[in-house]
Design a protein around this ligand. Structure first.
Ligand code: SF4
Ligand code: MG
Length: 324
């Protein structure tokens, strides 16, 4: 198959907290899918289920055609090389008692590979660090260097899929762009598929082939990047994009940021019907009672879950007030 990842109807509940509630998502070999949404929407939980740091409550996760949803640690071992994760906070994810070389080489050690130190040096060079860094301790490095170390570690096993969970948001603004550029270069050169979890929309525009928009544990819209940015159909997607700068000043002036007001509702008792109805500027009565199912509305599998969007993707635009 040409799929690096296939997630079907993924559910992850923590007791009463419905963090993820029916997410279906596919990533083709070599393509980058951005998963966007506010913090608390369940994005990181999806990422952790995919790399099986969490065992999903429901649904399935397939990595390169293998169903890994309920495998034990031992059973997971042969699949480990197919997927890696880079976390937001490199300081918290790198063991300070280990040298950089041990950290980067660990995935290969777990796979009983040979010539690990050669591969570590190569992997460090790939992320722009000198091989001597292998002898250092992670706390001697800057935040940007530490994130490069975690990227080197994640890619040393040449995974088919990389989950990057807000890989630059804990870094100084001055180094965010260089780490993002590095990820883009590595992705292009090595060809791995990537689930890029972020709320940085300019990074999404730069890196992603496709975009999936998450709200309170569910996907409300997904499709090719050009469609999501050019013709966002879901009022929530439109609201997210309304806050991002656009290059054309005239267009910028025509748009007003859509203020969603209240905070994200609780995932313990999510709103009935459309979960977005409590904040949606164009909600109608039906929205409170009937759950909108995702429907294909355009090319490239552009899908949206909203009662007011028709089969051609026509509906209100909350940014301009058109069709509202
Ligand atoms: Fe808004 Fe209703 Fe569409 Fe939900 S279904 S996004 S509440 S218009
Ligand atoms: Mg998160």
């Amino acid at each position: 198959s040409t799929l690096a990842l296939e997630v079907e109807d993924l559910v992850m509940h923590f007791g009463p907290v419905r963090a993820v509630d029916g997410v279906t998502l596919r990533i083709r070999q070599g393509s980058v899918v951005a998963l966007v949404g506010e913090s608390g929407s369940g994005k990181s939980t999806v990422g952790r289920c995919i790399v099986r740091l969490l065992e999903p409550t429901g649904g399935t996760v397939r990595l390169a055609d293998a169903d890994v949803t309920h495998l034990t640690r031992r059973q997971l071992r042969p699949h480990r090389r197919n997927v890696s994760i880079v976390f937001q906070d490199p300081a918290g994810s790198l063991d300070p008692r280990l040298s950089v070389g041990d950290i980067v080489g660990e995935p290969l050690r777990l796979m009983h590979r040979k010539n690990i130190s050669t591969k570590v040096a190569e992997s460090l060079r790939r992320v722009g660090l000198r091989p001597e860094v292998a002898q250092r301790s992670p706390h001697e490095l800057s935040g940007g260097q530490r994130q490069r170390v975690s990227i080197a570690r994640a890619l040393i096993s040449e995974p088919r899929l990389l989950v990057a969970d807000e890989p630059t948001s804990a870094l100084d603004v001055s180094v965010q762009a260089s780490v993002l550029n590095l990820l883009a270069d590595l992705q292009r050169d090595l060809g791995f598929a990537c689930l890029f979890i972020t709320h940085d929309l300019s990074a999404v525009e730069y890196l992603a082939d496709e975009v999936a928009v998450m709200y309170l544990g569910q996907l409300v819209e997904q499709g090719p990047r050009s469609r999501i940015f050019g013709a966002p159909a879901h009022p929530y997607t439109q609201a997210l994009l309304s806050a991002a700068p656009v290059p054309d000043p005239a267009e910028q002036r025509a748009r007003k940021p859509v203020l969603l007001g209240d905070d994200l509702p609780s995932a313990i008792d999510p709103p009935s019907g459309c979960r977005f109805h409590t904040r949606c500027p164009v909600a109608v009565d039906t929205c409170r009672t009937v759950i909108p199912e995702p429907r294909v509305i355009g090319e490239g599998g552009h899908q949206v879950a909203c009662h007011l969007v028709d089969d051609n993707g026509t509906g209100p635009d909350v940014r301009t007030g058109e069709g509202v």
